[in-house]
Design a protein around this ligand. Structure first.
Ligand code: ATP
Ligand code: MG
Length: 196
């Protein structure tokens, strides 16, 4: 391709992008969902927390699973003024007790609701919330209501597999992590600093 044709094509592309940038005028917080079976949902949420606090914004994290694991992100971010509320049961796939898990979930949800009603928070992460809805520990209406009545400029990130379609519909940005390969399938152990 000649230089002038290349330039022409780049200019057309730039015009299109500029028009889309011009068209996007709404300013408000958004609901982001990272779902799917591939690795990267929780790390993407924490990547966004780093961005937010790097710009001096306020973020809070609620984790609906993994109560008994140590957690690299928490070690780093809590001293930076990011509050963490982690469901305290040590809930795992093997030991599910519906009654105690529901209680733990509802207790954790109270913290979530608090952040979702506090305009000081620019970003709220609800890590692994999807399971709470699919196991019926948490009422879907209660979740949608809290999301819809949150402060206008507050953004929220929900992570977890198999997200309910109502939440997907409510979201502004949805990304599905699709596994192409995972080291675990080749027998490689989960690693501190990579997997948690
Ligand atoms: P990460 O926390 O690494 O971003 P994730 O949030 O996308 O992962 P989860 O479904 O929350 O994934 O799973 C939590 C743990 O399982 C993490 O340690 C992650 O590395 C691991 N994991 C994620 N996807 C897979 C997979 N497809 N196969 C095996 N292990 C996985
Ligand atoms: Mg996760």
């Amino acid at each position: 391709m000649s230089q002038s044709r290349h330039e022409e094509r780049q200019q057309r592309l730039k015009d299109k992008v500029d028009a889309r940038i011009e068209a996007a005028q709404i300013e408000r917080g958004i609901l982001i969902i990272f779902t799917g079976n591939g690795k990267g949902k929780t790390t993407a949420a924490f990547g966004t927390v780093c961005r937010a606090i790097g710009h001096g914004k306020k973020a809070g994290v609620i984790q609906f699973i993994k109560g008994s694991w140590d957690n690299g992100e928490r070690e780093l971010l809590e001293p930076q003024g990011v509050p963490f509320y982690v469901m305290s049961t040590g809930f795992t796939w093997e030991t599910q007790n519906k009654e105690t898990d529901t209680l733990a979930c509802l207790e954790t949800w109270q913290h979530a609701k608090q952040l979702l009603s506090d305009p000081q928070y620019d970003l709220v992460v609800l890590d692994e919330l999807t399971y709470m809805v699919s196991y019926h520990y948490l009422d879907l209406n209660e979740v949608t209501q809290a999301l819809q009545s949150r402060p206008e400029n507050q953004s929220v990130i929900i992570t977890g597999r198999a997200c309910h379609r109502f939440l997907l519909e409510l979201a502004d940005t949805v990304t599905e992590m699709r596994p192409i390969k995972h080291a675990f399938d080749a027998g490689i152990k989960a690693q501190k600093g990579i997997d948690w």
